[in-house]
Write a protein that binds this ligand. Structure first.
Ligand SMILES: [Zn+2]
Ligand SMILES: [Zn+2]
Length: 281
């Protein structure tokens, strides 16, 4: 079983302009076995910049064409990365019931008191540890709810708040409140979903994998299944990026390899039947 990159975006995502075909050509060049396009699905009406920007039918039409074109060379899966908000769980459930995907990643992209996507906020995180702790508490509590909802095959980039501000956050281990919240979140993931090793920043000095190795270890000790690999590529050059560093990280945590794509796709998704045929030879 070869390597799969199960977290990638194309121009069907609001923050990406890459073409699916180009991403697939790159995956073939790299010798990947499968890729999953997990486009951003944003269902929060308060965020008018991203709300409802994903067009399921249009994306699916493009995917079907590309999938057929690459048949025999690359398995191309149709997925989504849904931003999870506890107060929108019913809407997310309904959305996913009505629209079949092969793989659904649930991600927390917010921690209300600090916008961790803006690198300049690292200064606030450093100078106001109380506020930073509030952000972490809400991030962990929301992640636990995300995993417990049972709606998601994979939990995306756990620890993403470190992406643009590595090393700025308060220490979690030894902080009883934070440690308890983190541990319950990881337990919920181990029981109801699966971790992704998000490799997006791994090549940069000072950056750690999302999640960190000690979190992966805890997850494994709690019975968590093999993680999936995700480059989180938004451009062709990033497809499959940092795979070897990611593999080192999961091995350090005690996993032998990444989960194969056949072990994580949904039974009611558009690729499941075809995958069964491949499995039966
Ligand atoms: Zn994300
Ligand atoms: Zn993503």
């Amino acid at each position: 079983m070869g390597i799969s990159d199960l977290h990638m975006h194309t121009c069907a995502s609001w923050d990406c302009s890459a073409e699916m075909r180009d991403m697939c050509e790159q995956a073939v060049r790299l010798g990947l076995e499968a890729v999953a396009f997990t486009e951003h699905v944003e269902l929060n009406p308060d965020d008018d910049h991203t709300y409802s920007t994903f067009d399921y039918h249009k994306a699916r039409e493009i995917w079907e064409k590309v999938r057929d074109e690459f048949r025999g060379r690359l398995v191309v899966l149709f997925g989504a990365e849904v931003s999870y908000w506890p107060h929108l769980e019913a809407e997310i459930r309904r959305y996913l019931e009505e629209r079949p995907f092969d793989l659904v990643i649930g991600s927390i992209h917010h921690a209300p008191v600090i916008d961790f996507w803006k690198p300049r906020n690292a200064e606030t995180v450093r100078s106001d540890p109380d506020r930073a702790r509030e952000a972490l508490k809400s991030y962990f509590a929301d992640t636990e709810k995300l995993a417990s909802s049972g709606l998601f095959d994979v939990v995306g980039h756990f620890g993403v708040y470190e992406r643009y501000m590595p090393g700025a956050w308060p220490e979690i281990w030894g902080d009883e409140e934070l440690e308890t919240l983190l541990t319950s979140a990881v337990q919920a993931i181990a029981q109801n979903s699966r971790l992704e090793l998000n490799a997006q920043m791994l090549h940069k000095p000072g950056h750690l994998p999302a999640p960190r190795v000690e979190v992966l270890k805890l997850y494994r000790e709690m019975g968590g299944a093999r993680p999936v690999f995700g480059s989180d590529a938004h451009m062709v050059a990033k497809v499959g990026a940092n795979l070897h560093l990611a593999l080192e990280a999961i091995r350090e945590a005690g996993f032998d390899r990444f989960a194969p794509w056949t072990g994580v796709i949904r039974k009611n998704g558009p690729s499941y039947k075809a995958a069964q045929r491949i499995d039966m030879g």
